[in-house]
Design a protein around this ligand. Structure first.
Ligand SMILES: *Cc1c(COP(=O)(O)O)cnc(C)c1O
Length: 386
């Protein structure tokens, strides 16, 4: 049987075990400790973020972020529609309502024009959302300048979901550092991992201090465990933070490997009819966390699902582009602004194996299989005419 090629797996460097061993040797096996503080500081140095709070997941970070900007029961929060469900679930945790915004074709991320139109309209009715969550998908930032300008105009806090885009830049600065709050994920499939974890960043030190407070059960400063508001158990463990410190040391290499995957795929598949890769606008540099493409079935000869199944038969894991949230049964009642671009990207989009630990031979196997699907489909069509 052929060796499986998976979509995106953890890729551990040389130093993680050393940090984890330190945690064991000093008995800091707890959701507190020196690795957490160091991980937060080093994360700020690498990203340029002002302040950071390490938490148990990216989802927890979004939950805290929404609460910190004051989202409450009955409020509305605008959110990109083309994303993983974790971007919007915390809106529902707080009893607020998501309103989904379509993508643009140039970045696959939130369309700034649609956002502007929607907010102008809402301002006329006096019904502005409490926050905007912009998602930077697959390692690429949204077009932030116009989005920030519109949000500032209406004084709406912007939360950046940079779970998939650590290391991606917009006009030279890291994604996640532009909004009022940015969040990252260190889940096992992300560009770096702590086995599970997340980070919340902001330039407002008080906001980040409040995030830490809420993430540790909202304990008032008293020796007898006093509480005046609801808190959560959302801190990252010191052991996980040790893994994170090791992973930060290799972030640059991980980004370079994923960009290399993309270049190899682009040169191997770019000339096939009907294949288009996720475009990369000039304003930034994508990490290509996942290499994504769209397949036009008429031109290519097979659709994205046929390609996915053919790859799966060869032990190669690929995945459809996110199903837009406005199409999810969970959000059937929610309002959506536009949606046809995200729907089209979902209908034709596929994510290829993109781990930073893939060998050139692995990538070649994926390329060869996709070329084989194209050839077969052409022959079948020919056979109809013979
Ligand atoms: C992975 C992911 C999250 C959630 O992060 P977790 O650490 O898994 O909770 C949120 N948003 C997006 C876009 C993601 O890809």
């Amino acid at each position: 049987m052929k060796k499986p090629i998976l979509l995106s797996t953890p890729h551990i460097g040389d130093r993680e075990l050393e940090f984890v061993k330190q945690a064991f040797e000093t008995n800091w096996i707890a959701p507190a400790g020196p690795h957490i503080d160091a991980f937060e500081q080093e994360f700020c140095q690498v990203t340029g973020a002002g302040y950071a709070a390490a938490v148990s997941s990216g989802t927890a970070a979004i939950h805290l972020a929404l609460q910190l900007v004051g989202v409450e029961v009955g409020d509305e929060v605008f959110c990109s529609t083309l994303t993983f469900v974790a971007s919007a679930n915390p809106i529902v945790y707080l009893g607020a309502k998501p309103v989904f915004i379509d993508s643009d074709r140039t970045s696959w991320n939130m369309d700034p024009h649609l956002l502007q139109e929607a907010l102008e309209k809402r301002a006329r009715y006096g019904k502005l959302p409490k926050a905007v969550i912009v998602v930077h998908l697959y390692g690429q930032t949204a077009d932030l300048d116009p989005i920030i300008k519109i949000c500032n105009q209406y004084d709406i806090p912007l939360i950046e979901d940079a779970a998939e885009s650590l290391g991606a830049t917009y006009k030279g600065c890291f994604s996640g550092t532009f909004g009022r709050i940015g969040i990252y994920s260190f889940n096992g499939n992300k560009i770096i991992t702590t086995s599970g974890g997340g980070m919340l960043v902001s330039d407002d030190s008080q906001l980040v201090a409040k995030a830490r407070f809420l993430a540790t059960q909202a304990r008032d400063p008293a020796p007898h465990y006093q509480h005046s508001q609801v808190g959560y158990n959302y801190r990252l463990s010191n052991v996980s933070a040790g893994i994170g410190r090791g992973q930060l040391c290799v972030l640059e290499q991980r980004i370079a490997s994923r960009q290399r995957n993309f270049r190899i795929y682009a040169s191997g598949l770019g000339r096939l009819p009907g294949i288009e890769f996720m475009p990369e606008p000039d304003y930034g540099c994508a990490t290509r966390w996942l290499t994504c493409l769209t397949i036009d079935p008429k031109a290519f000869g097979a659709d994205k699902e046929q390609v996915r199944l053919a790859l799966a038969k060869e032990q190669i894991e690929s995945r459809p582009v996110w199903k837009p949230l406005h199409l999810q049964p969970l959000f059937a009642e929610c309002e959506s602004i536009g949606g046809t671009v995200a729907e089209d990207l979902f209908a034709r989009g596929l994510c290829l194996p993109s781990g930073s630990n893939l060998a050139t031979e692995d990538l070649q196997r994926v390329i060869d299989e996709i070329i084989a699907v194209h050839r077969c489909s052409q022959k079948k069509e020919l056979s109809l005419f013979i």
